[in-house]
Design a protein around this ligand. Sequence first.
Ligand SMILES: CCCCCCCCCCCC(=O)SCCNC(=O)CCNC(=O)[C@H](O)C(C)(C)COP(=O)(O)OP(=O)(O)OC[C@H]1O[C@@H](n2cnc3c(N)ncnc32)[C@H](O)[C@@H]1OP(=O)(O)O
Length: 497
Amino acid sequence: MDTDEVIEFFSGVQLLQRLPSSSLKKIAESVVVKRYEKGEYVVRDGEIGEGIYFVWEGEAEVAGSDHAEEEERPEFQLKRYDCFGHGTSTLFQKAEVIALTKLTCLVLPHEHCTLLQTKSIWNADKTVDKCSLVENILHLEPLEFVELYVYVISADTLKVFIRLLILACLRITNELHYGDVICDESLYVNIFRGITLPDAPKFGKVFGGQFLGQALAAASKTVDYLKVVHSLHSYFLLVGDFNSKYIFLELGDFKSWYYSHELENNLVPIIYEVHRVRDGNSFATRRVDAIQKGIVVFTLLASFKKEEQGFDHQKSAMPSVPDPEKLLSLEELRDRRLTDPNLPRSYRIRVAAKSFVPWPIEIKFCEPSSGTNQSKSPPSLRYWFRAKGKLSDDQALHRCAVAYASDLLFSSVSLNPHRKKGFRSASLSLDHSMWFHRSFRADDWLLYVIASPTSYHGRGFVLGEMFNRNGELVVSLTQEALLRTPKTPNPAPVSKL
Ligand SMILES: CCCCCCCCCCCC(=O)SCCNC(=O)CCNC(=O)[C@H](O)C(C)(C)COP(=O)(O)OP(=O)(O)OC[C@H]1O[C@@H](n2cnc3c(N)ncnc32)[C@H](O)[C@@H]1OP(=O)(O)O
């Protein structure tokens, strides 16, 4: 078997789903093949094991312990894609595994078992300080906890597990006992925590793109890495909060507000709860609820698919625009505006007074406008964008990064024909859909072509297309947004959570 075959096999091993693809490749390169005859012991209770065993072919049985003081464990059958054994926490086996048929296992030796630990959700080799800002924004902490290294849950693990469940405001539906074999899919990670980083764009609220990117990241972490997202549909239900210091805990009938020291730095978490709607051979579907203070503030449905050969055509042609290298960055544009004598002085003073937080996304407008946000213009926009810094190679990350960036300048295009002197708006993204046609890199330039066919009844509708530098259509998008003239002069939406 070659490395690609092993990587394909690992896509069926649930335990490995949360690992970055870079770790999986290394695991595939580190495993050794072990073969056993029917009736042969694979591991014996109390003996030193070799590491983590993945069943490649055949069946085995986990037998109960002979130790009189321990509860009798139920017998449990292992088949292809199951795994057992110890990683780094202990070398001694705590159960016996016997081959029921001819058996082939891939064994990850102890010395490589640290590869099973998640350092970053996207790349095993990177530390947080080496990641680009957008990669950090999309970093999620898994909240459910699975003891990866022993197949028998210890009492301490159980305590940690329950504590984390409580923190995640979960109802505990699984009764676990000391000695249970980990075989229940409900133990895999479905709940993640994201935060709004202090240096992330906020626009007075949790930025819609952050919900999109983080929720998609959460969904992606529950799907085997051979399946990548091909479409998503989402609703922004409530304005998200990032500066409260209180959290709401709901456990059955028990509901209460708690002051959290953890939130003293304004890091209000967003809990992403993933529902595994369906897992097929080619497709997987996930629903993700983003929860703050016990309330669902954003919801996303995403579909994932394995790559396959098929029909190929593209009707949309990339418009002819200047190369990004020939265009000004947002920072350069701002500097120009501050000194542009053709712009009203009051406008220049306002621009200068605004605190300027650099975005994690680099943007270059194809037609730099000489107007202000009070100048009428057609309901269309074209700009190049890319994530700042170098992203890890995981295609899932690149799709999350583009989901994140896609909400920065999208529905505001609906306002262009309505701008005039004294213009103010209170606009909010309502829904957002994306179709990912082809793979791409989000840290390389993509052209975003936006048009708003209509706005009516306080809602603006926008269509978007993204092309890579070769002119290939990589993503199509739609969004509807609430467009209102604010009743008050400072219309920044605040969270009502
Ligand atoms: C180059 C650089 C560019 C830089 C440009 C950068 C652009 C960045 C773009 C970022 C885009 C985003 O991130 S948008 C963020 C993502 N989207 C969201 O967060 C939206 C979340 N969804 C929601 O909040 C909700 O679902 C709503 C508001 C859409 C619907 O809720 P609802 O409760 O049914 O709505 P409704 O009653 O009609 O209105 C809500 C409240 O607004 C009040 N309200 C009604 N009309 C108005 C009005 N004209 N002006 C003010 N307020 C009004 C109502 O009285 C009410 O207040 P009261 O009775 O409640 O007090």
